[in-house]
Write a protein that binds this ligand. Structure first.
Ligand code: GAR
Length: 206
């Protein structure tokens, strides 16, 4: 019953998952220089790199990634700042075990630069979402969300930092539910088999 975490960079969500005491069997990056790799190694977690441009095609990359993931027979695969779109084949293989964290309140602001776009749109509430991964980018059944206020004069960095603190709260929680077998998807909607499960968090004072 362990998690394989896929990263591309800093790895702060990965760290939050480790700090929560969840069982992590490996951290895999698609970038050799990802800072999170050193953090994982320092904590005794096996790491691997499946570098995007070492493979000719997206299918080739995904097959190599799937083989690396499969070595650990994970109960859950967590995308934690993993900045690559996975193929339908990969997504199907891990369908009910594959979660992602996205820095917006989906379905608003899919894709990149979510904080800049939230500021430009003038929204007053922003946040983050944990969702099951489907082949469509940043779609898929929503497991948990956290909301933060957008404050007057916020920069994108300030807003990102406020959201990130909430990412670090909800992602470990969602993964724990998954490992405990508490998540099910009914008609595209996630149910948590826990009577008082709170799937929406609101930040404390910013
Ligand atoms: C996080 O904010 C995560 O939500 C985002 O990348 C950052 C990675 O930070 N993911 C995406 O934008 C995926 N679409 P981290 O490496 O410190 O966890």
């Amino acid at each position: 019953m362990s998690i394989v975490i896929l990263i591309s960079g800093r790895g702060s969500n990965m760290q939050a998952i480790l700090d929560a005491g969840l069982p992590v069997s490996a951290v895999i990056s698609n970038k050799r220089g990802a800072a999170g790799l050193a953090i994982a190694s320092g904590r005794g977690i096996p790491t691997a790199v499946v570098q995007g441009n070492d493979y000719g095609t997206r299918e080739g990359f995904d097959a190599a990634l799937a083989a690396e993931v499969a070595r650990h027979s994970p109960a859950a695969v967590a995308l934690a700042g993993f900045m690559r779109i996975l193929t339908q084949r990969f997504v199907t293989r891990y369908a009910d075990r594959l979660l992602n964290i996205h820095p917006s309140l989906l379905p608003s602001f899919t894709g990149l630069n979510t904080h800049e776009r939230a500021l430009a749109a003038g929204v007053k509430v922003h946040g983050c979402t944990v969702h099951f991964v489907t082949a469509e980018l940043d779609h898929g059944p929503i497991v948990a969300q956290a909301a933060v206020p957008v404050l007057q004069g916020d920069t994108a960095d300030e807003l990102a930092a406020r959201v990130l603190r909430q990412e670090h709260r909800i992602y470990p929680q969602a993964l724990r539910w998954l490992l405990e077998g508490k998540l099910s998807v009914v008609d595209g909607l996630v149910q948590v088999k826990e009577p008082d499960a709170q799937q929406t968090l609101f930040s404390e004072q910013p």
